[in-house]
Design a protein. Structure first.
Length: 71
């Protein structure tokens, strides 16, 4: 199965490297859904503060625009 001069080992190592990169990308790549969830949470908190009367309509709209610009 393995050649005497080590020719086969080169391709074998390339396949291991491909698998390591592929698995690393699957498990460690950041997902975009976590950013969307954080944005939704901040908008919900802003809406609650406005509904409770803690902030004015102008402050609410300015904060909402600021949060939308961060995307």
């Amino acid at each position: 199965m393995f050649y005497k001069d080590g020719f086969f080992w080169g391709m074998h190592l390339i396949w291991w490297a491909i698998w390591v990169v592929l698995l690393g990308w699957i498990f460690f790549a950041p997902s975009s859904s976590s950013h969307d969830e954080i944005e939704d949470d901040t908008l919900i908190a802003l809406k609650r503060r406005f509904a409770k009367g803690e902030i004015t309509k102008g402050e609410y709209e300015a904060s909402r625009k600021l949060l939308k610009l961060d995307n």
